[in-house]
Structure formats: C-alpha cells, structure tokens
Design a protein around this ligand. Structure first.
Ligand SMILES: [Cu+2]
Length: 783
C-alpha cells in the first residue's frame, strides 16, 4: 500500500503527455488530419487498496483510485491506449464527450470489450471544453475504482480564474459490487439498518405516522427510500478528508467537481464566501452565486472560489440520505466551516407523500412488455391532483408522441411550456404568481415543497439553446419504474432485456418526457449528446448530459439528432442500470463493421443472482435457496424438525409481473406426525402473489387435488428486529385418495411465528414457534 503512491507517481510520469505534431491518418470518423495529437496510456489492474480501513481488492487505473486526470485542449486529437491487465473484460466510456460512436466505450453496443491482456486504442478529436470524466462501462467496475477526470481546456480562456482543482467525489464499499447487487436483489434490509436510515415500526408509531405507513404498505411500498446501499466511506479524490494547502490568499481557484459515485448523490456546501457557479456538465452557465448545491451521480459542476486571506475553505459533500460526508479543505489557516445540511427525515417524507394522495407501485415488470401502456401508466400512477386534469387538447398532444410532429415548433413549445409550468406547480412549488392557483384549492399542497430543492431552475445557458422552429419534433414518454422488493428497475414497466431500441431520427428533435413513478431519484444519462433540460429559463434552458429526475416528478429533455449509430441512455445509479433501467437510442444506421457479431449488452441487465439462507435452531433446521433473474426463479426449501417432521419443496416460478408468479414443482412431507416412516411426494402448481400490505400469498393445488392457501409477512419493528409469521391451510376433500371411513373432509393447518435480530449482513439470531416443530431458537446464516 505504501508503494502505491510511489508507483502511481512513476506511472504518471511514465505516461505523461507526449505532445507531438504527428499527423494522424484520417480515420473513417472524419477529417482530423491537421489536429495536434495528445496521447495517454491507461492501465487497468486489480490491486489491494485501502479506502475505508480495510484491505480489499479494487480496480485501479495506473495504480490509483481515481485514475489520473487526463488533460486536453479543444482542437487536439486524443489517442488513449487502454491496457487491460485484469483477468476480466473492461471498457472505458468518456462521459459527456461528443465522440465518434465507435469510441463511446459501451462494450458490445458501440465498442468491443477490452479482453484480458488486450490494449484498445480510443481516438477522437476534442471538440469541446469543460469538466468531464471517464469510467468503465463494464458491469459495476466503476464502483471498484475504474474512473477518473477528464479536463478539456478551451482554445481561449473565457473565465477569470488562476488555478484549477479537480474534486472527484465517489462512494466506496468494501464488498464486491456484484455481492452488493445480489444483496439488494434478495431484499436484505441490512444496509438500511447499518447506516441507520431504516424506519422500523416503533419509530413510525412514535412519530404518529402509522397511518402513512399503512398507506405505503397498501401500495406495496416499505417507505420512502433515498439510497439503497451502505457505504463505509465517501471520498474526495480518493480520500475522506484531503487538504489542498498550496494556494495563496487571493487566488481564484476553479473547483471542478465531478460526482463519480456508483450510486450516491450529494448535497455540496462551501465554507467562506459564497462561491460562483460557472458551469454544469462541462458547459458554461450564467454565473451565479450559489452555495448549497445538489450534485447527482455523473454530473459535474464548476465553482470559482477565492482563497481567503486567513483560513481554509471547507468543502462538504453529504450523501443525500445523510449517511456520511466527504470533506476537502482548500487553503491555509483556520477552517471556514461549510453549512451542515440536515439529514432528511424519511418518516416525515412518508407522511407528506401519503398526504399527497398519489398512487405508487407502477409495475417495473409488465405482464405484456410489448403492449404500449405508457399513457395509461402515466395517468393511473403518480400524483392525484386537480391541476393534473389537463385540457383534452393537451392530452391529445401527448398521445401523438412518437409520431413526427409537423406543427411549428414554437407553438408546440409554448404549449409544452404551459404544460410544464403546470407540472412545475406539482414539482417546484414556488407557487409562481402567474399560475393563479388558489393554494387552498390544491389538494395535498402540503407535501409539494418536498422536492422543490431538486429543480434545475438555477441553471441558465448564456446562449439560446432552442432548435430551428422548422425542425420536426418526435415525442417520447418514458415512465421511470422500479420495484424495491425484487430490485428491478425499468422504463414504462419494461427492463432493458425485454425491449427493442428506441428509434430516433437524424436531423429531428427528440423530446423525452421522463416521468418518475418511483420513490427514488434517477440521474438519467444520454451518451454522445447534450440535451436541453426544459426549465423556467425557456429558450435559455441549460444543456446537460445527465439529468436528475426526483421521485414522482416529471422532467422534459430534448436534443437535436446530429449523430449516427446506437447510443446508451440509462440511469447512472449503476445498480439501477444493471437492473434494467436503460435503453438503446438508435439512429437506425448500419452497425459498425468492427463490431461484427459482438453482442451482449442486453443480457447484462438480466443476470441470475443466487442466494441461500440456513436456519439452525434448537427445534428445527431450515434451508432456503433461490436463483433468480428478471422473469424466472428456482427455489429449494427444506425444513426439518428434530421431532421428525419434514417438509421439502423444489419449485420453478415465472414472474408474470412484479407481484404475480405462477409456479410448479414437487413437495415432500411426512405423512404421519412426528415420524419419517411414510413420506408423501406430490406434484404442486399454483400462483404466488404479493398482496397489498405486503403479504406473500401462495395458492396451490397438488396432484391429489388438495387445495392449499398460505400467507406470510415480515415486519421490521425495531431498528434491527423483525417479526415474521406464516399461516398455511390445506383442505382434502377426498377427491383422489380415500379419506378414513366416515370422513369426507380433512384439513391441515401449519403456522409459525417468530422474531429475528440482525447481527450483520449475513447473520441473525432467531426464535420461533412452529406448530409442527415446537418452540426454539438459533442462528440464521445468509449466503
Ligand atoms: Cu435510477
């Protein structure tokens, strides 16, 4: 570890810029003949690193996390050799860069994956300036450390500052990222417990929020979740509290802040004088004095600060859910503290949301993925408010989306602006006077301020960003959908693996309405383009490459189609992307020859995850095993009571939609109580359903035509304590096997109830009573 710094320094020196005048041969990407070439070499390796007090395997770029800062000047030609020294595939995506499609770095979609031992050469002309970054686009490698900053200087400097400082934010886990995702898929609530953001029933009741909790449960939601994952550390440039003393008082420093986290969004605050925000996502905005600023995953913001005469500026980045903070100090002397942003109150959020009378739980996995139900979905779910009942013509306008619009753009735009103003009232709640709405008339107004702090109205482009009015507009509605119980994320209820590409047209404007029907924020990123984020600045709406869509809110973006090929569009929370919240935006042009038969992006979001749990208790022992992808699941369950009662079952389940699955399999049970002498084996088939209020319902019949119904439920009652119970009723009408003489009906009831105390991610203490096995206690182990 001590060598790391030394090695990285050597590597940095070794691959420092080789600035040459060599003329690069013209590629098929266009004429780049006379551009000066600047080269870098990046070597990706697996190494032991220590970021949060524990030595674990990470993935480094040139021996460091984050990787080196790559600097170019507008007008240069970049050649970057990426060497894969790992034993798994990798890739590098240049985030926010206008780039030839082939070099965008999404493996299998635009660029071949870099196989172990290979070196891939990326090359592209630098046609822009600003603060950007790069990261692996393979699976969850960015979480392991494959990311770094990319600084593009303009040909002529327009902003007034003396020095630069990159502040790259990231989140760090000591777990293997694929294990993190597996843990989310199995529904383990450990992360919330560990970081103290779960809302157990005792706290909910103490706060008088039980009604709101019931409202959530009715809609199959546990609560208002902000972030899914526990991180032991949040980092600035790879450290928890770096110091930057090498600035002189009075110097103007441009802070280039990049959120390179895998899943963490931050509230940033600055000590000292209010800094000046000068650019967002690499592009300059109207300069603005601004302190507290939200930075979504994958966004970049540049602030200019003046080093104080006496004191160092504290820069704080608090994880959005308040579970941790990364800090940096800039300058010398006493600390000029930054405002401490209060932790969000999830119970209060739940109360407000429950009051707003909105319908949650839109399907993340539809019964018929090919059926177009986008508009029904938008109408049915979301906020139920009076002003949402739009005039018919406007609804009509929406319905024509995805068709070419021949209407003049301006009138369209005005309509849309009015429309978005309406939506605004729902989202930004500033209650601007021109809305002329009577506050008392508005149902659920109470909670409407809760996401106002996330709007982008503070961003104003210095130039008009509108497109030519004559250009046709294609409208696309994407409802953002998710299911926390199974950790499936999608758009319009369709995960990436079940959809075709979204076709867009060259030389047309594509307008995408992102309607978030989930409880989480989704920072949506479009590759290879900048899009307008329509806000109150109208024609001066800012251009961005990543836009955060807050819970239950709607954001409209639009871009002009001046590219070719296929581009990825996805939520930049990596765990959401990997769970299906992604699309391919296609110009429908022929695929690059160099990709040949390479394919596989789609299956990345439909992997099988496998988990198991063993209970070893004084009265019984139980094994549960599951392996599951988006639609399919295989289960093995075996329970054995030391009093010689046994039940075992193997089933295959098919998810028809989020809450409904059909299953079939085999069940083995002892025939006589407390005896293994006779085992009965039956074939079973039925349905399993997650009911409102989050009960697991199982209705089945076996080959002896005995119907059975069961219900089970688990509730977190204290911060680390859950109670669980199940009830099972089986009836036998003697339709197949004769019942004992004189009986024409028999039944069997099985029930149990218990309590579980979570010791760690993988261990719990448990105690239960089961009417077959009796009472006892022991240990649960999760694998
Ligand atoms: Cu997301």
């Amino acid at each position: 570890m001590k060598n790391l710094k030394y090695i990285s320094l050597l590597i940095l020196l070794g691959c420092q810029t080789i600035f040459g005048q060599n003329i690069y041969e013209q590629s098929q990407e266009g004429n780049n003949e006379n551009l000066p070439v600047r080269e870098y070499t990046l070597t990706i390796r697996e190494e032991i690193v220590n970021k949060a007090g524990k030595e674990v395997k990470g993935m480094t770029v040139n021996g460091i996390i984050p990787g080196p800062t790559l600097k170019f000047t507008e007008g240069e030609y970049a050649i970057i050799y990426v060497k894969n020294e790992m034993n798994v595939e990798t890739s590098v995506h240049w985030h926010g860069i206008i780039i030839p499609n082939f070099y965008d770095g999404v493996p299998y979609l635009t660029t071949p994956p870099i196989r172990p031992g290979e070196t891939f050469t990326y090359e592209f002309p630098i046609k822009q300036a600003g603060t950007y970054w790069y990261h692996s686009h393979t699976m969850l490698q960015e979480q392991s450390g494959v990311f770094g900053s990319l600084i593009l200087n303009p040909k002529e400097k327009t902003l007034d500052y003396d020095k630069d400082l990159v502040l790259m934010l990231s989140d760090w886990t000591n777990e293997k990222p694929m294990n993190v995702l597996r843990n989310l898929k199995r529904g383990n609530e450990w992360y919330g417990m560990k970081k103290g953001t779960s809302t157990p029933l005792n706290q909910v009741i103490a706060r008088g929020a039980f009604g709101a909790q019931l409202n959530f449960w009715r809609q199959r939601m546990e609560g208002a979740d902000i972030a899914d994952i526990y991180y032991p550390a949040f980092l600035v440039n790879g450290k928890q509290q770096p110091d930057y003393p090498d600035f002189k008082a009075g110097e103007k420093v441009r802070l280039r802040i990049i959120n390179g986290s895998a899943s963490t969004q931050f509230w940033m605050t600055f000590g000292g004088d209010t800094p000046t925000l000068v650019s967002a996502d690499g592009l300059n905005v109207e300069p603005l004095q601004k302190n507290k600023t939200f930075i979504a995953v994958a966004e970049t913001y540049d602030f200019i600060v003046t080093i104080p005469q006496n004191g160092k500026i504290e820069f704080r980045a608090m994880a959005q859910d308040g579970s941790g903070t990364a800090t940096a100090f800039i300058g010398n002397g006493k600390v000029l503290t930054a405002e401490v942003v209060p932790k969000p109150d999830k119970i209060k959020m739940m109360q407000k949301m429950a009051k707003m009378d909105m319908k949650m739980g839109a399907h993340a996995l539809k019964f018929q993925p090919k059926k177009d139900e986008r508009f029904q979905m938008k109408e049915e779910y979301g906020m139920r408010m009076d002003e949402m009942n739009q005039p018919a013509d406007e609804a009509g306008m929406d319905k024509t989306s995805e068709k070419n619009m021949d209407m003049p753009k301006d009138s369209m735009m005005n309509k849309k602006m009015d429309h978005s103003k309406m939506d605004h009232s729902k989202m930004n709640m500033e209650m601007s006077k021109d809305l002329k709405m009577d506050k008392d008339d508005m149902k659920g107004m109470d909670g409407m301020d809760m996401f106002s702090e996330y709007n982008y109205d503070y961003l104003k482009s210095p130039e008009k960003t509108t497109y030519d009015k004559e250009v046709p507009v294609k409208e696309i509605l994407l409802n953002l959908t998710g299911n926390m119980n199974r950790y499936i994320w999608s758009m319009n209820g369709v995960p990436l693996s079940e959809t075709d590409q979204i076709k867009i047209n060259h030389k047309e404007v594509t307008r995408i309405t992102l309607n978030n029907l989930t409880m989480m924020h989704h920072p949506m990123h479009l590759h290879g383009h900048f899009f307008r984020v329509i806000n109150k600045n109208g024609e001066y709406s800012p251009l961005k490459h990543t836009v955060n869509v807050p819970p239950m809110q709607e954001v409209t973006i639009e871009f002009y189609g001046n590219e070719y090929g296929d581009w990825f569009f996805h939520c930049h929370i990596l765990y959401h992307m990997m769970s299906g919240m992604a699309r391919v935006i296609s110009y429908d042009t022929p695929r690059d020859d160099r990709l040949n038969a390479i394919s596989g992006l789609i299956t990345e979001a439909d992997k099988y995850y496998t988990w198991a749990m063993v209970d070893a208790a004084s009265h019984m022992t139980e094994l549960n095993f599951a392996t599951s992808n988006i639609r399919n699941q295989f289960n093995v369950m075996a329970e054995y009571g030391w009093n010689e009662n046994l039940e075992a079952e193997v089933t295959y389940e098919r998810y028809l939609h989020d809450y409904l699955r059909v299953f079939g399999g085999v069940n083995i049970e002892n025939e006589l109580e407390d005896s293994l002498d006779e085992l009965s084996t039956t074939a079973i088939a039925g349905v399993r359903y997650l009911t409102p209020y989050l009960f697991n319902l199982d209705v089945r019949i076996d080959n002896k035509l005995r119907p059975q119904i069961s219900l089970s439920r688990e509730i977190l009652i204290f911060p680390r304590t859950a109670i669980f119970g199940s009830y099972e009723y089986q009836a036998d009408f003697g339709w197949v096997d004769d019942l004992p003489a004189g009986d024409n009906f028999a039944n069997e009831v099985v029930w149990n109830a218990g309590v579980e105390y979570f010791l760690s991610r993988n261990f719990s203490l448990m105690a239960s009573y089961d009417n077959r096995f009796g009472a006892g206690g022991g240990l649960s182990v999760r694998f």
